[in-house]
Every structure is written in C-alpha cells, then in structure tokens.
Design a binder for this molecule. Structure first.
Ligand SMILES: Cc1cc2nc3c(=O)[nH]c(=O)nc-3n(C[C@H](O)[C@H](O)[C@H](O)COP(=O)(O)OP(=O)(O)OC[C@H]3O[C@@H](n4cnc5c(N)ncnc54)[C@H](O)[C@@H]3O)c2cc1C
Length: 325
C-alpha cells in the first residue's frame, strides 16, 4: 500500500495517542506514530476501565471532553463492539451521606442502594449502569482502526527531549501524547505519576462491577470483563515503579474478596501497573517551536484518559488541522 510522507507525528501509543491518530488519519491527514512502548505495554492497558472523570481538571473542559467520549462509547456499544458494554454495578463510600461519585454523572438509572444491601464497611452506595471498556481489546482495535485509515505502523523509539523528537520526526506538526513521559520529555514538572496496580483474575461468574472509596482516598474496585475480572485499586502519588508489588497485590485481592466472597481463590492471570499522568490541568494546546514546527500537547489526563480520549482527540485534531492550513 502506498504511504504518503507523514504531515504529522503523534508521540505516544496509549489511549490518547491512538485515539488522536485515528481522528487525524480518518480526516485524511498522513500520520505516523512514534512511541517508546507499544499499546499493550502502556499505562492505558492498566485502566479498569470505567467511564468517569477522576483525578483530572479543569472541571469545565473535562465535562465537555467526557461527554463527547461518552457519546462515542454509546455509538460503539450500539455498533455491537464487544470491548465496551453497559454494565450494572455499585458505587459505594465508607462515608455516611457521601455524594454520588463523578462517574455516576453519565448514568441514566442512578438509584440509592438500600442499607440492607451495603457491602460490609460501606455506609452509602448507589446502583447504576456505566460503560466498561476492556482495554487490551480496545487498544488493539484502536491500533487496527488507525492502520485501516492509512496510518503508518508504529515506530518504537524513546526520545530524551522534545527537540530530538522534532528533529527525528521531521514533520510540520508533532502531537505530544506521552502521558507521564512528558515530565522528562517536555520537560514539565507539573505532570507526575499516581501509580496504580491491578490484579487480573479468572472470572468466577461475576457480572456487575463494584467501586468503593474510603475517607483516606483508599480505593477498592473490581470490573468484570468476560472470563476475567480486573481488581484494584491503589493510588501512589510520586511512585514511578512499573514493577508489580506482590504485597500490594495481596491487599487488593483481600479487599475485593471482602466485598465479593466469590472472588476467593480465583486464579491470578496477570498483574498490571500503570502511572496515571496527573497534572493540575490537562495540557491541550498548540505551541510554535522556533523552527516553524507546531507542537500540539495532549497529555496529563490523570485517572481519566479513557474517559476523555475522544473529546481530547477531537480538539487536538482541530488544532493540528489549523496548523496545517
Ligand atoms: C490502575 C489504573 C486504573 C485506571 N482506570 C481508569 C478508568 O477506569 N477510566 C479512565 O478513564 N482512566 C483510567 N485510568 C487512567 C488512564 O489509564 C490514563 O489516564 C491513560 O492511560 C493515559 O493515557 P496516555 O495515552 O496519555 O498515556 P500512556 O498510556 O502512558 O501512553 C503514553 C505513551 O507515550 C509513550 N512515551 C512516553 N514517553 C515517551 C518518550 N520519551 N518518547 C517516546 N514515547 C514516549 C509511551 O511509550 C506510551 O506509548 C487508570 C489508570 C490506572 C493506572
């Protein structure tokens, strides 16, 4: 197949880079993707993943990006894609009279859970349905969709600086979707990791999800994905380790089993670790470098990269098209 020389290079092959690359390729832009890790080794793989803003700002733009993404997820559900579905579940808090969580904002069927049905240790809960996204399949599908739209196969390369990437890519526009990598690459000290670890187990027959929070910000969740369940969670600010911590894995399994006893003894299939790229605000803007190259930054999506992906990709693609005109 004939490939045009790319006009645009997207840095990063997580959910933000791939979705941006899809939007650009489908708009007829010649795109290349350069990334240090392929899609299935990124932080994006570790996401649970449920639709809902978490650890991200600013509130007004986040709401718009999340709403745009929700509309696309509903289209994918209507089109019958198995990697996204509306699942029933329970959002719970260890606080009495806690407000409904942010991810409940997209639910049409939110209802208070009777106290008799509360899991042990939880004082408030809501029943709702929410979109669950199975990340391994979803990232592979995004990758395939990008290639089908004429995008170039991903080049695996880690850049030390943005200047290196600009020089090597030699395109008029660079879209920086490097998540936590932007901390060193840009460099941008405002973006840093909130480490999360998940344990993937064989599904003993669970069909609904659970997401519970505690007063110290502690987080317990499980999300069923067909024959597997993703168990979490943890939030460790400033921790850059991508190695699974066995003790934390045991704590996660114990916390989930306390809520759902059917998980006891479930076979562990895999451990996943990701670094949520947390920043006071998502950085989504175009910047001119001295040599006439435009850098569109699209990073810092915190605990909500999947939730914001289509909204941010649409805005980033618009900034790219403006730069190419
Ligand atoms: C445990 C956990 C659970 C989560 N649950 C949810 C959820 O339920 N819902 C939700 O919406 N979000 C969730 N998140 C957050 C979500 O996963 C992130 O916001 C999202 O993955 C960020 O995507 P990204 O593409 O920006 O970054 P990444 O997935 O980290 O991808 C970054 C890409 O940039 C590349 N890169 C980095 N530095 C360089 C460099 N120097 N040179 C070249 N390439 C580079 C990397 O190799 C990679 O390809 C969760 C995160 C974790 C860890």
């Amino acid at each position: 197949m004939h490939r045009n020389l790319p006009d645009v290079t997207v840095l990063g092959a997580g959910v933000i880079g791939l979705t941006t690359a899809v939007c650009l390729a489908e708009a007829g832009v010649a795109v290349a993707v350069h990334a240090a890790e392929p899609p299935l080794q990124t932080t994006s793989l570790a996401a649970g993943a449920i639709w809902g803003p978490h650890l991200v700002g600013p509130r007004d733009r986040v709401a718009r990006w999340a709403t745009a993404t929700l509309a696309t997820l509903h289209e994918l559900i209507a089109a019958g894609h198995a990697f996204v579905r509306l699942a029933p579940g329970l959002a719970a808090s260890r606080l009495a009279d806690a407000a409904a969580p942010e991810f409940a904002a997209g639910a049409a069927d939110l209802s208070a859970c009777p106290s008799a049905d509360l899991p042990a240790g939880y004082l408030t809960a809501w029943r709702l349905t929410a979109p669950l996204i199975t990340m391994p399949q979803y990232l592979s599908w995004l990758h395939e969709r990008y290639l089908s739209a004429g995008g170039q196969e991903i080049t695996l390369i880690r850049y030390a600086t943005l200047a290196d990437a600009i020089r090597d890519a030699a395109t008029r526009v660079i879209v920086n979707c490097t998540g936590c990598g932007a901390h060193d690459l840009v460099p941008d000290a405002q973006v840093g990791p909130v480490r999360g670890q998940a344990v993937v187990v064989a599904n003993p027959g669970i069909g609904s999800f659970f997401a519970g929070t505690g007063p110290g910000g502690d987080l317990t969740y499980y999300f069923p994905h067909g024959d597997r369940v993703v168990l979490g969670g943890s939030e460790q600010p400033g921790n850059w380790s991508r190695e699974p911590d066995p003790q934390l894995a045991r704590q996660i399994v114990a916390a989930c089993t306390a809520v759902e006893p059917a998980l006891r003894g479930a076979a562990v299939i895999e451990h996943r670790v990701g670094l949520r790229p947390v920043r006071p605000e998502v950085r989504l803007e175009a910047v001119q470098d001295g040599d006439g190259v435009t850098v569109v930054h699209n990073y810092g999506h915190g605990g909500a990269g999947v939730t914001l992906s289509w909204g941010c990709a649409g805005d980033a693609a618009e900034l790219v098209r403006a730069a190419l005109r």
